[in-house]
Design a protein. Structure first.
Ligand code: NAP
Length: 281
């Protein structure tokens, strides 16, 4: 079997089209554009690139972006105060704190200063709990994007065995919770898991979210499984050995062009939702 490719660029483009249309409607009705505030602390070049990309995408879909850039030596208290001010500002709909923040800052405290109604990146404990309890709330963007990809390709989840490799708070853990909410039987694997290959062999759906190039081998993939590779390693390499996995999978995401494009699309979709909810208060 040679796998069909899950085309994340295509699915993201369709989502962005809807966002552009609905953003224009929002702007017409409310006399202002939906606004995403991005907060960046320090000088990390890749963080600057990520924030620039997100701001450019805001402009492309007709949203406003507010940029807060703080020096490396910013204290936790100063960052919390800055984010709390954005949380209280009625002209700001969504808040994104680019992470990682410098090591001396309490990242959790900074995240928790984001008002839940503006947590469009899905990083607060409130949003995490909403995902865990299957209540309304914002998703972590990459996990939310993975679910949208699975839905776009009509992958059945109820009763299916999903194996998630990775348990980070922004990716592995929440994607497992979203899959569980859709009635999949979920196994989490991580760095202490014994015999990773045996777990992956059992999976109807594999989500690789590790950050280790080609850790998941093609021979581990069950014939006909669906493979989602969220990994993004230097040199455009994913966490799955794509060439060999594509020989056995039914559906597979490429890297790049699979999960990646969905993350920003979900961020913008959730910013629009935040704006619309605020507008209806
Ligand atoms: P992370 O915080 O470093 O977490 C990595 C996870 O992988 C941890 O749970 C770790 O286990 C587990 N792990 C490490 N080595 C392992 C091994 N040998 N076997 C099994 N599990 C192992 O990384 P992350 O932020 O979740 O990101 C993971 C990957 O996704 C990275 O490549 C990142 O670039 C990519 N990513 C992509 C997007 C996107 O938009 N496409 C967004 C976010 C992240 P422990 O918990 O035991 O340490």
């Amino acid at each position: 079997m040679t796998a069909r490719i899950i085309d994340g660029r295509n699915v993201a483009a369709a989502l962005l089209e809807t966002i552009i249309r609905e953003t224009a409607q929002f702007t017409q009705i409310h006399g202002r554009r939906p606004c995403l505030a991005t907060v960046l602390v320090g000088d990390d070049p890749s963080s600057h690139t990520y924030v620039r990309m997100k701001r450019n995408r805001c402009a492309e879909v007709g949203m406003e972006s507010r940029y807060v850039e703080l020096p490396e030596e910013t204290t936790t208290a100063a960052l919390v105060a800055e984010i709390a001010a954005l949380s209280a500002d009625p002209t700001v709909d969504g808040i994104l704190l680019q992470h990682p923040v410098p090591a001396h800052i309490d990242e959790r405290a900074a995240f928790e200063a984001i008002a839940p109604a503006k947590d469009v990146d899905g990083v607060t404990m409130h949003s995490f709990a909403a995902m865990a309890f299957n209540e309304r709330g914002f998703h972590s963007c990459t996990p939310g994007g993975i679910l949208r990809l699975l839905d776009a390709y009509e992958v059945p989840l109820a009763g299916q065995h999903a194996v998630v490799v990775g348990r980070s708070p922004i990716l592995g853990k929440p994607v497992g919770m979203l899959l569980l909410a859709r009635d999949a039987t979920v196994t989490y694997c991580h760095s202490r898991t014994r015999d990773l290959a045996e777990h992956v062999r059992e999976a109807d759906v594999v989500v690789a979210a590790v950050g280790r190039p080609e850790l998941v081998r093609g021979e581990w993939i069950k014939d006909g499984a669906v493979v989602i590779d969220a990994g993004y390693n230097p040199g455009n390499v994913g966490d799955v050995d794509y060439a060999s996995a594509a020989q056995r999978a039914r559906l597979i995401t490429p890297v790049p062009g699979g999960v990646g494009p969905m993350t920003i699309a979900v961020l913008l979709e959730q910013t629009l939702t935040a704006a619309t909810s605020a507008g209806s208060d």
